[in-house]
Each structure stands twice: as structure tokens, then as C-alpha cells.
Design a protein around this ligand. Sequence first.
Ligand code: ME8
Length: 715
Amino acid sequence: MTEQAPTANRYYLTTPIYYVNARPHLGHAYSTIVCDAIARRKRALGVETRFLTGTDEHGQKIERSAKLAGCTPREFADTIAGEFRGLWDRLGISYDDFIRTTEERHKRGVQHLFAKLRERGFIYKGRYTGQYCVSCEAYVDGPPGTLCPDCGRPTETVSEENYYFKLSAFERRLLEFYEENPEFMGPESTRREVISFVRGGLRDLSVSRTSFSWGIPVPGDEKHVIYVWLDALANYITALGYGSDKPEDKARFAKFWPADMHLIGKEISRFHCVYWPAFLMAAGVEPPRSVRANGWLLFDQGKMSKSRGNIVRAETVDEVLGADALRYFLLREIPFGQDGNFSFDALVQRYNGDLANGYGNLVSRVVNMVHKYFGGVLPEAGAATEAETALRAHAEAAIAAFGPAFDALNFSDALKALWGLVAATDIYLTANAPWKKPAGRADADHEALQARVLATAAESIRIITALAYPILPDAAAKVWRQLGLGEISEAARQAFLTNLAWGGLKAGTRFGEPAPLFPRAEKDAIERMQNLEDANNRSAVEAAGGQAQNETKAAPAEVAAAAPAKAPVPLAPPAPSVATAAAVPAPAAAAPAAAAPATPAAQPEAAQHITIDDFAKVELRVAQVLVAERVPKADKLLRLEVDLGYEKRQILAGIAQYYEPEKLIGRKIVVVANLAPRKMRGLESNGMLLAASLEGGAPVLTGFLEDVPLGARLK
Ligand code: ME8
């Protein structure tokens, strides 16, 4: 390992590079927004900052997704990478570089790194037979049938001749490295988890695959592709020019490596805090200075993720409340490092409370009064009274509190301190009421008070705005113009945060036109956001499952089985040519219904229409069968264990006469997820499968032609 380079006045920070198998959602936006806020503050402090983001485009997972979508992996990756980049541009993310792992510069750098590792004796060839989780692109210890410990999905058995990285040689070095660099990883929970993982013993790591080809070939042995995590992690150095001989690339690498911070989600800590420093040490490259893990953004009580099907898109919030509202909410509401709930209610409450009624209203009052009473030119404040001195002291305390809290990633505390100044300025303004001239106050005295109060409040707003700029870049830019200070981006280039001393806003400054910042969100804001999400989810589900549903209409089993004379709850209007709705009976109905399955349901009558709200009560979700076996002494029942992505559960189904249990394993099906649990033959059943019933025949389980993530909801 080389020596620790002196900390220069430069800062290199990175987001994870996101997989292109899923469209961006708020979870991705969260990590990216955190980095963007940090990058903006660093730049405004005069630090030469480089902010990298990008997309992770290789691996079996992407190859399979592309195949299912009927396009090449390259076409698939181009589309989703474009969506990520487009979203970051829409949200005003100030990245300096966007790397795609399919780019030539990356491929060259990864091959250089691989060759270096081999040359230095850390790579050897061996045979790997074991379990692999395609979703996490990770090797898993255990016998066939082992579920992935990270995501809970079934693993696949692979047996391949592979290249191995001597990770075991780094156990002691890594522990020493953590000890010597206590700042290397955080928060504390991540640190503890990683250290205990390494203490548990490190085994050599397979770093190539031969069973698929969508990846970077091993130099000199092209039938192997390089393990996707080695490929992906290397982006942090290949984006700087690692592996290139060009002088400008070498200079960039020398200048910005080691990275100051890799910001990641907590689930990928092991890759960043164990494998990555080990790869770098082995290659003779210095490890990054720090890795910081954000907690998970939760929605509907679970981690927001594509596989759970509970995502919210950043575009929705941007469209209704603006990107700044989202940035503020995420940084203010969630203590960094912890998991945090996202809800439209909480978002709108924060928006109205802190932004519309708080900061936005304060700015609007002051700017409007400067226009009204002083023709838009900032007056001289004159001599300060106790009230001005107190507000100034408050502002100075806010400056002193904000920076250290922000720089320690305690964004929530930093904003709390700053919004304390918003409140204090508001109180100051109201207490001095420059809009109200009491009877008996001389004109000149009143004008002096107006000048003093408005100039003081405007100065406080300048300080609030400067500090808030990394979190509220759009709003700050507008306020800067309204205060007559020009372009805030230019001020940031001049490192305006290095000098926030009181008194920066000079008398005589001509204010810009007042412009609304955060219009109050009315009641319908939540509904609008929900509708946008519903419409998006609907089109996603239609895209994923519509074809299958058109071929065989499906209906929840129990509704039909329990009440055959009533209309089933249709997923699609019943078509005369297709017999609708029968079902795999749920446990309670299973015994009788299984004996006489395929009861054709009556056609719904017009009078029996249900509302969309009725339908929404039924939670239909995609699940995968992990285990299927016959229930002893119950010849019609199968016991299934299914994976809903966010949880696994047991379901009993009366399909033993129609489906061989082994054939069901791995199959994706639809289940009614919110059915009350019932006991059958002493076993609990949690939910029900959906199947179509053919006239007088066997039930046919639902399925999808395209790949559908586990847990995705059918609406
Ligand atoms: O893991 N809450 O990519 P990925 C908070 N390609 N953060 C979330 C989140 C949530 N609900 N969902 C996603 C990969 N994230 C690899 C990384 S890096 C060399 C390779 C954020 O598309 C969080 O930063 O699965 C998480 O680590 C990342 O997105 C995972 O993105």
C-alpha cells in the first residue's frame, strides 16, 4: 500500500453505481441527493470537488432482464441508464462525471486492475461448485436450496472453473486497517457488522464467471467474464482514468484518488468495506478514505425496492412539489444512517410547515416590504437595538452549528438549527411589525424602524439562504436574485460559504422582483402524487402481466369458491369466450372446493359492480414458490412456501391433483396476500393462490410472460 497522500483542497465523492435492471426510484434518489448536497457545500467552501455517479450494467441479472424484455443487454442498459441520467438532470444533480460500466474507459481500467492482481500473485484458477444469488450477484455458502442471506431469494447451483482472488490473505490486514483508520466506515452499526464479518474469517473469492457472457472478459482468457462486483467497484477508479497511459488521466487519478467518501446504502457495506479495500491493497492502490452507509427509505412498512413493488418515483414529488421539497424532506426527516419512512402525508406536512409557511413566507414578506416601502432598494439598517443584536447572535450561532453538523452528515440537526433561525427571524419581524405604524410614532421614526427591521431580516435571510443552498439549490437561486445578489451558482464558485460574516448584504442593493418560492400545498397535493404513482404502477403491471392476463383471465379464488353465485372480483372484464374465475381454493374452502374444483363463476351482473375501492382491498402480489410438498393424509392439498420479495410465507392450496409439487418450485404465481390466516390440517395458511378455472377441468395457475419482480402488486 502506498502512503496516505496529504489531504489536499480537493474532495472526491461517489454514489453507488445503480443497476440498470430497475428504473430509478426514491431510494436511489436519496443517496444521490445526499451526495449532491455534500458536493454543493464543498464547492461553495472553495474545495475542488469531483462528484461521480453512474450505472452498473453487467452481469447475469441484466442479461436475463434483457432477454425477457426481448432486447440485447446493451439496448436494455442504454434505456435504463438514460433514465437514471435523465432523472439526475431533472433533479439538478450536479455530478461531474457519469460512468457506465459498459464504457471503453471502464473496461480498459477493469482489465488493467485484473491483470495487476494476477501479476502480483493474488489471483489463481480453481473450480467453484456452490450456490450463487443472481439477484445480489453474490456467492452464498451452503448446500443446494440455500436461500440468499441478503435478499432471501433461492440461490442457483453453479459449478465452474473460475479465477479466485486471495481474499483470505487480507483478513489481518483489513482488521489492522480498520483499527488504524477509525473514520474509514460508518455509521457505527456498519462498522460493527463489517468487523464481525471479517473476524468470522474470509474465504477466497471467485472473481470470474463462465456461465454467461455479459461482462468484461478476463484479459487473455476471454471465455471468462470478470465478477460483476469487481467490475462495478472499480468504477470509482476507472472514472478517474485508472489504467490509462494518457497524461491527463494519470494527472486526474493522482489528484483525486483516494476518494474522500463512497456513499452507499447499508446493504452493500460488505462489498465496499471488505472486498474493495482488499482489491485495492492487492493492486497496490490506496483504499478510499471513507465509506458511509445511508439507511433505508421505507414505504408501506418495507424497504422501498423494485422487488417489493413499493416504490415511489422522484419524478412524482418533483412534479407536484418540486425537487427542493424532496431534498429538504429527505435530509430533514431522516437522521442520516437510520432507516426512515417516506409518506406523502409527512412530506406535505414538512413542505407546508417548513418551506411554504416557514422560509418561503418569510422571504416573501421581507422582499415585498422592501419593494413597497423602499422602492426595491435595501435601506441602511442604522444603529442596532437589542433586538437586532439578539438576531445577529442567533444567526452566528446557527452558522456555528450548521457547518459541523452538516459535515458530520447530521443533516437533520443542521437543518433544525437553521430553521431555528427562520423562526427567530419570523418572530423578530412580527414583534417589530414594520408594516404597522402606531398612532403617535413620527414618520421619520417609523421609516427608521422599517429600514432597520427589513435590512436586518434581509441579512438573516441571506445567511439562511447561503447555508441552505446545498439542500435547496433552486429556491436559494431564486432568493439570491430577489435579494439583488445575482446568480448563486456564481457566488458558490467564489466560495461564498467561506465568508458568511454578518453584514454581507449592503445598503443600496437593488432587489429583484418578488417571485413565489413554495406555494402552499393544498389537500389535493397528496392525491395528485398518489394518482401519479398509481397510474405509473398500473402501466408497469400492465406491461409486465397484461399479456398473460389476456390469455387466461384470473380471479381471486376464494371469492369465487365461497360465493359462486356472486360476481367474482374481476381483474379484467369477463369475456364470454373464456371461463372465468375459479380457483385454487384457499384452506378454509379447500376441502369442499378442492373436491369439486373449477366451479364456473356466474357472470357478474351490472348491479353487482364493485367500486375501485372494493377492489383495492384485495392485495394481489407476485410470489415465487420456494418449497412445494404434499400434505400427508390430504391428497388434494399442497403445502407451499412462497417468497413475496419482502417476506416468505406458507400457503396451503388444493391443487395436489393437478400439479406435481416439484414442477412448481421456482414458478412465479399470484397470491392474495392480505387474506386472514387460516388453519388447515393443523397447518397455517397465509394467503391464497390465483388460478383460472377451465370449464370442468383443472385449475390453471396464473403466470407472467415477462419477468415480474417478487412482491409486485397487481392493481
Ligand atoms: O447495489 N433506501 O445497485 P442498486 C435507501 N449496482 N437507499 C436505497 C434504497 C432505499 N430503499 N433503494 C436503493 C447496487 N437505494 C450495485 C452497486 S456500487 C459499486 C454497485 C440506494 O441499483 C442505496 O444507495 O441495487 C443502495 O446501496 C443503492 O441504491 C443500490 O442500488
